[in-house]
Structures are given as C-alpha cells and as structure tokens.
Design a protein around this ligand. Structure first.
Ligand code: NAD
Ligand code: DAU
Length: 332
C-alpha cells in the first residue's frame, strides 16, 4: 500500500489526513480534488514534492478516476459536498459528487481490485431525542433527514452493494462532528470563532439545544488509519469520542475562552429539518481495533482551535465576506 489516493484531500478532514500521513508514515500520496469553494490549496502548502501530488479533477470523471485508482494501493474517499445548509439551498451538487462521484470511484476500485475506505457521517442515522439513553451503533437503521445526509446514506449503500455483489475490498466509517484546523468557516465552530474575531456575536439556530458529538479531526483520522490497516473487509465502524455538547454550551465555552460572557449570543431562525441530537457508541472501534482518542478535553481542543484561527487569518479572511453574505441571504 505504498501509494495512497486521497479524494477531497484539499478540504478540512482530508488535508488533516494528508498531513498525518506525511508526518507519521512513509507512504506517497496523490490528492484528487475538484477544488470547489470548500477546498483551500493553502492547507497543503509545503508538503514534500517527492511524496505528495495534487491532481485537480472531479471524482465523477470516470477516466480520471480509473487512471488514478489504477496507480494506487489504496483509496481513502473523503471528497463530498459536506454542508447541510448548502444542500437545502441547492441539492444538485450533492447528488453529483456524493452519489455519482462515489459510483465512479467504486467502478474503478472494482476494475483494479484496489483497497477502498469510504468516509461517511453519523447523519445517515437521522437524529435522537435529547433524553434518549441510546446512541448510534453500526446496526442503527438509516433514516437521513437532509439532502446532504441522504446522499451520504446512498453512497454508503452503494459501497455495501459493491462489497456484496462484486467482492470489492472496502470498509466504511461513520464519524460524528469534527473540529480543528483547516475547517471551512461556513461550519459552526470556525464561523463562531471568526465572527468573534471580526467583532460579531455568535448566532445560534433555533433554541441552540441541538446536541452534536464533537471529535477532534486528528482523532477522526487516526481512527480512519486504524480501520484502513486493521479493519475487517466489508465492515462498518462508527467513530466518535464521547463529545456530546449542545450548541449553547459550545458557544459559552468559546465566549469564555475569547473573553466574553457565556450567554453573549443571538438566536436566529432555525435550520429546516434540523437534527436534534447525534451520539456515537464507539465500542466496536475501541474493542476490535484498540483505537483511543488523544484529544479528550474539548475545552483545550477549542482553545487550540481558537489559537489556530487567530494565527492563520490569511487562510480564512479571503472567504469571510462571501460566507457571511450567503448566510445573511438565508436569514442566518
Ligand atoms: P469539506 O467540504 O471541507 O471538503 C470536501 C473536499 O471535497 C473539498 O476539498 C472539495 O473541493 C472536494 N470535492 C467536492 N466535490 C468534489 C468532486 N466532485 N471531485 C473531487 N473533489 C471534490 O468536507 P470535510 O468536512 O472535510 O468532510 C470530508 C468527508 O468527511 C466528507 O465525506 C464528509 O461527509 C465526511 N464527514 C465530515 C464530518 C465533519 O464534521 N466535517 C463528519 C463526519 C464525516
Ligand atoms: O455529524 C457529522 C456532520 O457534522 C458532517 O457529516 C457534516 O459534513 C458536517 O458539516 C457537520 O454537520 P452539522 O450540520 O452538524 O454541522 P454545522 O457545522 O453546519 O452545524 C453544527 C450545529 O450548529 C448544528 O446544530 C447547526 C448549528 N449552527 C450552525 C451554524 C453554521 C448554528 O447554530 N449556527 C450557525 O451559524
């Protein structure tokens, strides 16, 4: 598996994965990325040319996917349209990338017999009640709510069918909400941090009681690596680090860390179909593969993330105006 194809490697989680591989392994890496609005070439700056190459292209381009998959020992598929709010305003790119793009990769993987790991989300399971003691497990039925999560659910089902019908060597992981460096500022935590840095109060959708199960992006990626190396073919693994926190509490911690009163935020209109709560039972990953999260203190992880956005304003400042104009048009 000396050469790894990472799709979506110029986005948030994929770029962190590429850095992890460069720093901790001796594999060579090709990133296939369409460089949509969500990509940032600066996230991949300074990587050694002898081990890293960026190919700008669409995963749905069958010829290109075939060529690159054919040269790789393994494919880790991060590329996606990833933002729920965008999927509500325009679902079409989600169908193209998440469904047709995944199909394109699976056909190439089938032809070349390449090991494939599919990155997915806990949102495929729908949501849980706030007072439900249950968490999502690998056997929770699929019940997605948004155009984004339904296309991710569809892509997971394609992978399962290609394993069963064609015997491809694939694994799937479904992870909870990530935070950390290189996350696009349309997403909740970096939006709130960069709003604060611009003197704008945080904005909570609805009552702000929705719960997300936060995990540091580096913990997500060590789990992905363990699954790629040690996971059983055809299996699904849920990735989470017991980080359940409601949105109000996230903002309260950010406010305190940035020198404001915990309740210094505004409420804005809710997201249509807004999932209430996500929660991951990670027992299979922990007991079967021996994975352990390293970033177990959420407050410390947020402090590091605030420091990263403060020190890397050049990375996000060119995006801020357009992101906020889009939110303003949606009443957010
Ligand atoms: P992101 O939006 O930051 O990055 C996605 C990347 O995919 C971008 O670089 C984009 O240019 C690229 N891309 C989009 N369409 C493409 C196409 N047709 N061809 C090639 N490249 C294309 O997303 P992210 O937050 O890093 O998420 C990565 C993966 O992890 C996604 O599959 C997402 O569903 C999954 N996931 C995300 C989270 C989270 O909290 N962000 C949690 C669980 C799972
Ligand atoms: O659960 C995993 C999923 O987490 C991933 O599959 C998605 O790719 C990723 O975007 C994320 O989805 P969410 O919809 O949970 O993330 P988002 O950052 O958009 O919002 C997190 C929570 O914060 C959600 O309850 C909505 C709320 N929110 C968001 C924004 C942008 C606000 O209250 N205010 C905001 O301004």
């Amino acid at each position: 598996m000396a050469h790894i194809l990472v799709t979506g490697g110029a986005g948030f989680i994929g770029s962190n994965f590429v850095h992890h591989l460069i720093d901790n392994t001796d594999h060579t890496i090709t990133v296939l990325d369409k460089m949509t609005y969500a990509a940032n070439a600066a996230s991949l700056e300074g990587l050694p040319e002898s081990r890293f190459k960026l190919v700008v292209g669409d995963i749905a381009d069958r010829e290109l996917a075939d060529e690159l998959v054919g040269k790789a020992g393994a494919v880790v598929h991060y590329a996606a349209e990833s933002h729920n709010d965008n999927s509500l305003s325009n679902p079409e790119p989600f169908i193209h990338t998440n469904l047709i793009g995944t199909f394109s990769l699976l056909e190439a993987v089938r032809k070349h017999g390449t090991r494939y790991h599919h990155i997915s989300t806990d949102e495929v399971f729908g949501d849980l009640e706030l007072d439900d003691p249950a968490k999502f497990t690998e056997t929770t039925p699929y019940n997605p709510s948004s155009p984004y999560s339904s296309t991710k659910a569809g892509s997971d089902l394609l992978v399962r069918a290609w394993v069963r019908s064609f015997g491809i060597e694939a694994t799937i992981s479904n992870c909870s909400n990530n935070y950390g460096p290189y996350q696009h500022i349309e997403k909740f935590i970096p939006r709130m941090i960069t709003n604060r840095l611009r003197g704008v109060r945080p904005r909570l959708y609805g009552d702000g009681l929705n719960v997300r199960d936060w995990i540091h992006v580096r913990d997500h990626n060590t789990a992905v690596w363990d699954i790629l190396m040690k996971g059983r073919i055809g299996e699904t693994y849920l990735i989470g680090a017991d980080g359940e926190t409601n949105n109000r509490d996230v903002v309260a911690i950010l406010n305190e860390l940035m020198g404001y009163a915990p309740d210094d935020f505004d409420h804005v209109t809710d997201r249509p179909g807004h999932d209430l709560r996500y929660a991951i039972d990670n027992s299979k990953l922990v007991t079967e593969l021996g994975w352990e999260p390293q970033f177990t203190n959420f407050r410390d992880g947020l402090a590091d993330t605030i420091a990263w956005y403060t020190e890397n304003e050049a990375w996000w400042a060119p995006l801020k105006e357009a992101v906020e104009a889009k939110y303003a048009a949606e009443g957010h």
